[in-house]
Design a binder for this molecule. Structure first.
Ligand code: HEC
Length: 720
């Protein structure tokens, strides 16, 4: 049963506390002891030609993040089709050994599958058998978890000339030898004294490795960097927002941008605009498109009190890949105050629009409008809402700007707004089903209650969104609530079909020439649909909730479909909406690979059942209330609203009784730091810890009461 009332509306928030990770200095690249670090580099595969021509020359591989440079996630493989997809079965399983979120797109080249997992681990497997060839753990200090808004995830690696490139949660970029998994070079791409992290996949373009970063919830300045793939040297860096205007700007583009920031001292907090996910290269136009994120803080009033568009927040930027020079920009959400990032995956395609063949870029960013841009110029061709949108009335086709709805610019008074901060679509990749011409979007409908935090002050290293997190995480926003696979006609800008899912947070999408669309779901299934109609043709248990996108590849004439299953990501931590299946059997992080007639079975296991022993609640109401507030400031982003866990991080109502006596050690002394539980020594006082314990125990008692009420009538009907 949907637990609507309890569900947190999309608070991809987090309360961070500890800054820095003590993880090395910045620049230059450190060559790691590898005697043959460059030998064979120039001749090894896949090279630039392979990456550029992947669509035609590598039909059975998955060479880069979105399969080809256009990032359509469309595979020409058609052995698995509408007629036989029901015969799909598990070919093999790889246990990643982690229990946190898995978001990566695996890559396949030459019979080897390269994947990444929680804490930025990298693994190479025989793509036919799942046999592990090597595994590389970059040893990310677990204390970094405190600077992560949305789980300790990684969205994938890049392959180039015999190397595997991966960004790590603590801000490093590492080149590994694809054969051995040995590091060749590594470079710190961020300032470790600021709360930067990396979760996105690098891309390789013309001998350069491109990497962005995250951290705008805590307070950083966004940028994208290009490193020489061979040596790890920094080639260029493009900052997405201006720094202190009293200092020289790094580029003319930033001098222009600075005129759109008014008042305030945004550079102290950082300004935001992080490039935390989407980057797409167009070899024909020699343009690199990057999507930028929200502001730091979220609300314009707090970072640019005089108004303005705050360029280049929430924008699509077209850069020259050789120099990082800005060629054009299109801002989807001028003056963003809603966490409406434009970092969502972008797809390049050619579409016939108004009788003309256009080279387009398509994006369904968080703000709820589906954009079709002319990618040569950045001209807006069309933008229509693909989910319910209440912050803007429409996008004006003349100006290319949204027309704000009344109340969209919220202040201290609570405003229910759709989409919420999770967006109408988040990082989960969409795909372009070329044969039907439909874009398949893992969409969601979730409002959120926004209110400015009147007591906002900058706390370096902590969460600095500037919104009232208690309001956001405990109130019920207006509008619908749900998730669905949406087939969208990008030319007519209209919905063609939709398949509703039980929860909003589902997996990315794969399209194939077999007339199919594949998606894993938040209800712990892996499914396939007829691309033309959305008819469900296949569904199988995935063991745990799925958020990652599937890929497909072919080896020895046999087609495989593969995906990571591991419930997680911001929604999973902060939603109190765990899949029942995940709760029942635990969150086992696995790579599942299917083929026709596959006969492997998922292991069946069950998590220990919890029956909370009574612990007397002695605290007074005032202490519980204080605990409620502290909890929803510092704990909600990982342990869930009202202390209801999301299925991956412990539910604080269900601990063994002695645990409640160890709060001091756990919260103040960092007893569980190495397992990803931050220390709050810098932020909390002893009385806060008492209040937190009182609140959590009160919630535990409420759970006991609810459980006994549930089981009372049932107990007469069942034997035990
Ligand atoms: C950045 C995410 C994050 C935040 C924020 C966070 N925790 Fe945790 N917490 C974790 C993780 C991960 C674990 C599990 C560690 C482990 O596996 O032992 C954990 C474990 C715990 C445990 C021990 C649970 C057990 O199974 O014994 C307690 C108690 C706890 N947290 C309390 C809190 C409180 C109170 C707050 C707010 C002040 C908080 N946490 C904030 C991530 C977080």
């Amino acid at each position: 049963m949907a637990n609507r009332v309890r569900i947190l509306f999309a608070l991809l928030v987090f309360a961070g506390f500890v800054s820095g990770c003590g993880c090395g200095d910045s620049d230059p690249a450190t060559p790691v002891d590898a005697p043959d670090s460059t030998s064979g580099f120039m001749s090894a595969q896949p090279d630039d030609v392979a990456l550029r021509e992947a669509a035609t020359t590598h039909p059975g591989d998955w060479l880069s993040y979105g399969r080809t440079y256009s990032e359509q996630r469309y595979s020409p493989l058609s052995q698995i089709d509408e007629g036989n997809v029901a015969e799909l079965g598990l070919a093999w399983i790889y246990e990643t050994g982690t229990i946190r979120g898995l978001e990566a797109t695996p890559l396949v080249h030459d019979g080897v599958l390269y994947g990444t997992g929680s804490w930025s681990i990298v693994f190479a497997l025989d793509a036919k058998t799942g046999h592990e060839l090597w595994r590389y753990d970059p040893q990310v200090p677990r204390s970094v978890a405190a600077s992560v808004c949305c789980d300790v995830v990684n969205r994938g690696a890049a392959l180039y000339r015999g190397r595997v490139y991966v960004g790590t949660l603590d801000g490093r970029l590492i080149a590994l030898d694809a054969k051995s998994g040995e590091p060749v070079w590594e470079v710190q791409t961020t300032d470790p004294s600021r709360p930067y992290t990396i979760t996105g996949a690098p891309r390789v373009v013309k001998g350069k490795v491109l990497i962005g970063n995250s951290g705008a919830e805590l307070g950083v300045r966004g940028y994208v960097s290009a490193y020489d793939a061979s040596s790890g040297e920094l080639v260029w860096r493009f900052y997405t927002v201006p720094g202190n205007p009293e200092e020289p700007f790094e580029s003319p583009a930033l001098a222009r941008a600075a005129a759109t920031w008014k008042g305030g001292r945004w550079w102290e907090i950082g300004g935001g605009g992080t490039v935390w996910d989407s980057m797409v290269f167009d070899p024909d136009l020699d343009l690199l498109y990057v999507g930028t994120g929200n502001g730091s803080p979220w609300i314009r009033t707090l970072r640019s009190p005089g108004g303005g568009d705050n360029l280049y927040l929430s924008s699509i930027l077209a850069l020259r890949p050789d120099t990082g020079e800005l060629v054009w920009h299109y801002q989807t959400t001028p003056g963003d105050s809603w966490d409406y990032t434009a970092t969502q995956p972008m797809i390049l395609a050619e579409l016939e629009i108004g009788g003309r063949q256009r080279r387009v870029l398509m994006q369904a960013p968080k703000n709820g409008f589906f954009y079709v841009l002319d990618r040569e110029t950045g001209e807006l061709l069309s933008a229509e809402p693909y989910v319910t949108v209440t912050w803007a009335k429409r996008v004006d086709p003349e100006t290319g700007r949204p027309v704000l709805a009344e109340g969209a610019l919220y202040g201290e008074a609570t405003q229910d707004i759709l989409p919420g901060a999770s967006g109408g679509h988040n990082w989960q990749p969409m795909s372009f089903h070329r044969d039907t011409g439909l874009v398949m979007i893992p969409a969601m409908e979730m409002g959120m209650a926004f209110a400015l935090d009147p007591d906002f002050r900058y706390r370096p290293g902590a969460s600095n969104m500037g919104i009232d997190t208690i309001v956001a995480s405990t109130s019920i926003a207006a509008g619908g609530f749900g998730g669905f696979l949406l087939a969208w006609d990008p030319v007519a800008q209209r919905e063609v079909w939709r398949v509703p899912h039980r929860r909003p947070w589902n997996g990315g999408v794969l399209s194939t020439a077999g007339g199919l669309v594949f998606q894993g779901t938040g209800q712990a299934t892996f499914e396939a649909f007829r691309a033309a109609t959305g008819e469900r043709l296949f569904s199988t248990p995935a063991g745990t909730g799925v958020v990652a996108p599937p890929i497909t590849y072919e080896i020895d004439g046999e087609q495989y479909v593969s995906l990571l299953a591991g419930w997680g990501g911001g929604y999973a931590l902060a939603s109190a909406d765990p899949p029942d299946e995940t709760l029942a059997s635990g969150n086992h992080g696995r790579l599942l690979t299917f083929k026709l007639g596959g006969e492997r079975k998922l292991p069946t296991e069950s998590a220990p059942k919890f029956s909370p022993e009574a612990i007397p609640v002695t605290a007074d109401a005032a202490l519980v209330k204080a605990g409620f507030e502290t909890y929803h400031t510092w704990c909600v982003a990982c342990h869930g609203p009202s202390a209801i866990g999301g299925g991956t991080i412990p539910d604080l109502r269900m601990l063994t009784p002695t645990r409640y006596t160890q709060f001091e050690e756990i919260l103040m002394e960092g007893a569980l730091l190495e397992r990803g539980m931050p220390s709050f020594e810098k932020w909390l006082k002893e009385e806060d810890v008492d209040a937190l314990r009182a609140y959590v125990l009160e919630r535990r008692q409420a759970l006991r009461v609810a459980r006994s009420a549930e089981s009372a009538p049932a107990s007469s009907a069942t034997a035990n």
